[in-house]
Design a binder for this molecule. Structure first.
Ligand code: FHN
Length: 447
């Protein structure tokens, strides 16, 4: 009896310790579930009513984000912007100035095939997906009760886009997450009665997403108008971490109030950052489009799209600094994924098929040698040296002599010497037939 009592007391005290109180200090005591740091590569999807006009200016006149097509509605209304007139002129010429809301009727998603999308996403080598459940326009991709007649089932696609994609993505073994914008530009409740908006729309929607679809990630945004205390997000997070069905697996980003970015959350976020300058001692994630917009912009030119070379190099650099890359695609309103985006994803996937061992599940190498176009990751007893440019001879300062050096995807052993703390690798002779990959090559150093 005594033993049972002691066991009971122990159990109770463990569960009491596992309770997170509704404040960020407590919430941040929860360690980030390891799957997130192991995953390294995710695909962001911006899809909504804005995918119908799918247009943004090419001018950068208003600085960062000028080219974001998902901001179309706001650009039409915000007279203070330098790019405003260009949007109004375009809208007048092409759509005779019709109300933005009418675009929802043209958001048909008639080509949307969630299994096909999931196949493309899986083949990219990504381990997770983050879909815009609701962007700043307020339109929800799931049948949200709080968004009557402004959701994908009541109007437009007439289908639970979020639910259908979630099922297909999870069936492929990928994690599924939702982007959720706290604020809404033109929701009268948001603009006139913030507290009611939060209580009767925002918080119930977030809870509905979690309970109905059990996401692996909740990715907040549109948080900048108010501090986190005003949004009352922390109590929701303590429910999420203590009681929800996903309490052990879910991760959240850091955008939950004007005072939370790079401060609180399971991981920090950057956006179109110069990743060479990023330095965090927490899990982090860089998000960006393949081009210069998140929502599909029909106005973009080829030179605005990152090459596969650039994307692989970016992934390598981010991972060498302990981060994840969340690379965005913007599907068309008809549900097709623009072929150039598919091509870039396929290239990433081909590279990761050969070299994924140096990416997934790795961590940054402490005191990694600094050398031009050389990056390092580590896992178990191996260090991975990734060269983003082919070099016949690769040199790096390394404290210990590796027992073995090989190139991922190449069977023949690789010649190397190690003298006075300098590792010198002679690259294998490869022909176009034996070259395992393009963009970057990985040497595995075993210790
Ligand atoms: O305004 C949004 C933007 O449209 C896009 O969704 C990005 C993704 O990180 N977040 C906001 C800007 O920080």
């Amino acid at each position: 009896m005594r033993k049972i009592l002691i066991a009971l007391v122990l159990c109770l005290s463990v569960s009491a310790r596992a309770q997170y109180t509704p404040d960020w200090e407590s919430l941040d005591k929860r360690s980030t579930p390891a799957w997130f740091e192991d995953a390294k590569f995710g695909i962001f999807i911006h899809w909504g009513v804005y995918s119908v006009p799918a247009w943004a200016t090419l001018s950068n006149a208003d600085g960062f984000g000028s080219n974001y097509a998902e901001w179309y509605w706001q650009r039409l209304n915000n007279k203070d912007l330098k790019i405003h007139k260009e949007f109004v002129d375009f809208h007048q010429k092409v759509y005779a100035g019709k109300p933005y809301q009418d675009f929802a009727n043209d958001f048909k998603a008639e080509l949307f095939d969630p299994d096909r999308w999931a196949g493309i996403l899986k083949e990219s080598g990504a381990k997770y997906v983050v879909l815009t459940s609701k962007h700043h326009e307020g339109f929800t991709l799931w049948p949200s009760k709080q968004s009557w007649n402004w959701n994908a089932v009541d109007i437009g696609p007439r289908r639970d886009l979020l639910g259908d994609l979630t099922r297909s993505v999870k069936a492929k073994g990928l994690k599924m997450g939702y982007y959720y914008s706290l604020y809404e530009w033109y929701n009268p409740l948001y603009t006139t009665d913030l507290d009611t908006y939060i209580d009767q729309r925002m918080l119930p929607q977030m809870k509905d997403l979690v309970e109905s679809y059990q996401p692996d990630i909740l990715w907040g945004d549109g948080e900048w108008d108010h501090p986190t205390a005003k949004w009352r997000v922390a109590p929701f997070m303590s429910w999420l971490f203590n009681e929800s069905k996903v309490k052990d697996s879910i991760v959240i980003n850091d955008r939950w109030g004007s005072d939370t970015r790079n401060k609180y959350g399971s991981f920090y976020t950057t956006e179109y950052a110069d990743v060479s300058k990023v330095k965090f001692n927490r899990p982090w994630e860089e998000c960006r489009g393949i081009g210069e917009s998140f929502g599909y912009s029909r106005n973009e030119n080829l030179e605005m799209y990152s090459s596969a070379d650039k994307l692989v190099h970016m992934l390598v650099e981010i991972v060498s600094k302990g981060g994840n890359l969340l690379l965005n695609i913007g599907p068309r309103a008809d549900g097709g994924i623009p072929v150039i985006m598919q091509e870039r994803l396929a290239e990433m996937g081909a590279w990761l098929k050969v070299n994924g061992e140096a990416i997934y599940g790795t961590r940054a190498l402490d005191d990694a040698p600094k050398a031009d176009k050389l990056f390092f990751t580590r896992k178990n007893n191996a260090v991975y040296l990734i060269t983003t440019e082919w070099k016949d001879v690769v040199q790096a300062n390394l404290k210990e002599r590796p027992k073995k050096v090989s190139m991922l995807g190449v069977e023949a052993p690789v010649k190397y010497t190690w003298k006075g703390g300098v590792l010198t690798i002679t690259a294998p002779h490869l022909s176009p037939k034996t070259n395992p990959c393009n963009h970057a090559w990985v040497y595995k150093l075993e210790y």
